[in-house]
Design a protein around this ligand. Structure first.
Ligand code: ATP
Length: 441
């Protein structure tokens, strides 16, 4: 299947099954925005939750934070975003379409209409807004383009309240906004998106070791969410392409259906941000090493992971088509940990109260293992299975007359169907629960 065809299928499945809808769809959409539906929000939450567990809860040296999206505009002046957070914009003199100059070849010709392109100019990507009732220069602020800003301005708060030992990190998950010149590729390049970031503060001499450790942690996260390692590449970003705050960046690229593109980034931000915020705010932002009796400005390693690009990478690598029972079927081979629904329970027939009651009992039992267990009694069993395949549910459990004891030796057993093979087996309810628990371990 070609990349374009695969993308069409993913976008269509995402809409059909409630993963991702175009933003403001009934008004014709809003470029660069998408809305997550019932399945989308589940998978997104699973990814964020796994990240939080691995990068925050599972470690002793990382502290969580949830800072405001709106910040004092001085913070964005200090960080260099007001003057430097821009992309080169070119406009076609004929069709007036706008492009990012660094995404085009050097021919100077419009890729859409063949017209001549104008001169590139820098376009600042921050969204401006006004705070309060006055709409003049003094009330202007920005929607944050990265979550890092909120972390740096809270550095002193976290140090003063948590007394962390070096090295330590502050982590945050939240929305970021960038007025991208050309949003595209579904949820890959958005104007409103979500990020998972850690600012990890180290002694200046130790940045290289820490950089390597975070690289490993990012690979471990890819594995935890089921991204195939063979489609993940590290790209050493050339000096001339580095962001204004970075001295070294490794992009984690991924084979998306539309090509190999940046999925995540790992940057060495030096002491750039703490020094800049200290200077602008007049507040000392440094760390006192009690043992060495030495005060210094820590350096920073920043693993930065886009949630939406991660969702897309997970969707693209899980998409499968095969033939089952003589029919083609589509399924999503999600790792159980990221699958929106862990299992589906259904009564063989919906008009038999005793079957429905027993199936409800099984459902209640299994929800003690994980709350995201679905109920489905619509249509015939085959259709229910296909629906669950399309949302990537690893297990389907069917309650029938044997579960009720029609054949006494099969009492309290159910049919357990496996998504990837379509195979079914007869197991006790408790065994089905055990399988779900193991798959999520
Ligand atoms: P690109 O070069 O693709 O514009 P970037 O290098 O500007 O991305 P970073 O500033 O490193 O991106 O942002 C950190 C992470 O945030 C990226 O690795 C990506 O996962 C995510 N991200 C950045 N911009 C967008 C966007 N417009 N839409 C969705 N996710 C994004």
């Amino acid at each position: 299947m070609t990349g374009t065809k695969l993308m069409e299928k993913i976008v269509s499945l995402a809409k059909r099954r409630g993963f991702v809808y175009p933003g403001s769809e009934i008004y014709g959409g809003l470029a660069g925005t998408y809305d997550y539906g019932p399945m989308g929000v589940l998978i997104k939450n699973n990814i964020k939750d796994l990240w939080w567990r691995m990068f925050v809860l599972g470690r002793d040296d990382v502290y969580g934070l949830d800072a405001a999206v709106l910040m004092n505009p001085m913070a964005w002046e200090a960080s260099g975003h007001v003057s430097g957070f821009s992309d080169p914009l070119v406009e076609c003199e004929k069709c007036k379409r706008r492009f990012r100059a660094d995404h085009l070849d050097e021919s100077g010709i419009c890729p859409e209409c063949g017209g001549a392109l104008g001169k590139p100019r820098q376009f600042n990507m921050m969204f401006k807004t006004h705070v309060g009732a006055t709409e003049d220069e003094s009330s202007i602020t920005f929607l944050r383009p990265e979550t890092a800003g909120g972390i740096f301005v809270n550095f002193k708060n976290v140090v003063d309240t948590m007394h962390p030992k070096m090295p330590f990190g502050i982590a945050q998950v939240g929305k970021g906004f960038r007025n991208e010149i050309a949003p595209r590729d579904f949820i890959f390049r958005l104007r409103e998106f979500e990020m998972m970031e850690v600012e990890y503060f180290v002694k200046p001499a130790e940045w290289e070791r820490s950089f390597e450790e975070w690289k490993e942690a990012m690979h471990a996260f890819a594995e935890a969410i089921g991204l195939p390692e063979e489609h993940l590449y590290e790209l050493e970003v050339a000096q001339e392409d580095l962001a204004h705050y970075s001295r070294r960046t490794v992009d984690f690229e991924f084979d998306f259906p539309f090509g190999r593109k940046e999925l995540w980034g790992l940057a060495y931000r030096t002491d750039f941000d703490l020094l800049a915020h200290a200077k602008m705010s007049g507040t000392e932002l440094s760390y006192l090493d009690e043992e060495a009796k030495e005060r210094f400005v820590p350096h920073v390693i920043e693993p930065s992971l886009g949630v939406d690009r991660t969702v897309l990478a997970v969707l693209a690598s899980a998409y499968r088509e095969d033939e089952l029972g003589g029919e083609t079927r589509t399924y999503l081979a999600f790792s159980p940990k990221v699958a929106p629904v862990k299992a589906m329970v259904s009564p063989l027939l919906k008009n038999k109260p005793e079957l429905v009651a027993k199936a409800r009992e099984v459902l209640a039992e299994l929800r003690k293992i994980h709350p995201s267990i679905a109920w489905d009694d619509n249509g015939n069993i085959g259709k229910r299975y296909r629906r669950q395949d399309e949302i990537g549910t690893p297990f389907c459990i069917t309650v029938d007359f044997d579960t009720l004891g029609e054949r006494p030796e099969l009492k309290d057993t159910v049919t357990l169907r496996h998504r990837d093979t379509g195979q079914q087996e007869r197991v006790a309810v408790a065994e089905a629960g055990k399988r779900i628990r193991e798959a999520l371990a």
